[in-house]
Ligand binder design. Structure first.
Ligand SMILES: Nc1ncnc2c1ncn2[C@@H]1O[C@H](COP(=O)(O)OP(=O)(O)OP(=O)(O)O)[C@@H](O)[C@H]1O
Ligand SMILES: [Mg+2]
Length: 340
């Protein structure tokens, strides 16, 4: 896959310009559950201060990968080093240096915000004095002061996630593993949450975060896209979207629903999404060599041949297009017998 190679190359360039030691390094990391391969031969390097995004459909292995990195789940084969510790062997040494927000975070519902933070401080062995100071600091920094005596169960989604993040960072971890930390949270609260993540990264923390939100994925320094346990794309959002250059057209059609149905069956079209009145179209790989203007004209002609007046212009690729494209390609490889 040449597009994959482009992204890998972009990534090597990025690696070459930084001398930071890897915080996460995996080789052929694999985890099976019976016959199912949840994580398949994943190679990954994440560097200090990086915000690394893990994206992929439900069941693609993101949470399983995270649990292996944290030493909570032994790999079936392959190796992982995290902050210089081999996991799961040295997981105990790692514990005080990492923070983890699991996908279904269990705050202590009946405990107040303050008590939850105190509990987290106790777990990480802060002294009584240090605990008091740290909890006060976390309440202020995370804007939780006004909820200090509110039980976690009574918090709104956004506030809950702020508390969960505060609890996970009580001990100032060097690496934070966040599994879909903003699922179901409103856009403004997600923005605030991400502002907090950037601040942590600016202070030297490394973040390994999974998300289904593309607006969050594009905020990561680099993303890995996973499909059925395999890493199928890796690179900065920009470099990945760059590999789609010349494959996107936007269609303004008089009857968008009819145009969509027609384009869905078109040999030029890989995928089509309706965005309000417009259609956003990813053209097939085969069209990559052709100037995009020619592809646009061909699509316009196709629509007009069916009596659909339309204007078709080259458009901007989005990370979501890349996502769709790579998952289709991965599905094709799999359907073609796969490599194992
Ligand atoms: N403890 C387990 N026992 C058996 N199968 C498991 C276990 N944990 C995960 N799996 C399977 O491994 C695969 C990967 O699951 P995982 O939870 O890692 O995916 P995910 O990418 O985190 O999905 P989501 O986006 O829904 O959170 C799935 O098919 C899942 O059913
Ligand atoms: Mg998961």
């Amino acid at each position: 896959m040449t597009q994959g190679a482009d992204a890998e190359e972009a990534e090597r360039d990025a690696d070459a310009t930084t001398d930071a030691a890897p915080v996460i390094e995996t080789h052929a990391l694999t985890r099976r559950f019976g016959a199912r391969v949840a994580v398949r031969e994943v190679d990954l390097v994440v560097r200090r201060g990086e915000i690394f995004g893990c994206i992929g459909p439900n069941g693609s292995g993101k949470s399983t990968l995270m649990r292996m990195l944290l030493g909570l789940l032994p790999p079936s084969s392959g190796t992982a080093r995290v902050l210089g510790c081999e996991v799961p062997r040295d997981a105990e040494r790692l514990r005080a240096r990492v923070g983890y927000m699991p996908q279904r975070f269990s705050l202590y519902e009946e405990l107040s915000v303050r008590e939850n933070l105190e509990f987290a401080a106790d777990v990480f062995g802060l002294s009584r004095r240090a605990r008091q100071a740290r909890v006060a600091e976390q309440l202020a920094d995370s804007r939780l002061e006004e909820y200090r005596d509110t039980p976690a169960a009574a918090l709104s989604g956004g506030t809950r996630q702020r508390l969960a993040l505060a609890a996970a960072t009580t001990h100032r971890p060097e690496l934070l593993v966040l599994d879909e930390p903003t699922a179901g949270v409103d856009p403004q609260s997600r923005r605030d949450f991400w502002a907090g993540l950037f601040q942590l990264a600016a202070h030297g923390a490394t973040l390994f975060v999974s998300t289904h939100y593309m607006d969050e994925a594009v905020r990561c320094h680099r993303v890995g896209l996973f499909s059925e346990g395999r890493r199928v794309a890796l690179g900065s959002p920009r470099s990945l979207v760059g590999t789609l250059a010349g494959r996107i057209v936007d269609v303004d059609a008089e009857r968008p629903e009819d145009a969509l149905a027609l384009l869905d069956r078109s040999p030029h079209v890989a995928s089509v999404t309706q965005l309000g009145e417009r259609l956003h179209v990813l053209t097939r790989d085969g069209a990559a060599g052709e100037p995009i203007e020619d592809v646009a004209r061909a699509i316009e002609a196709e629509l007009e041949a069916s009596g659909l007046e339309a204007s078709v212009e080259p458009g901007q690729g989005q990370l979501e297009d890349l996502f769709v494209d790579r998952l289709r390609a991965a599905g094709r490889d799999e359907a073609g017998g796969g490599s194992r």
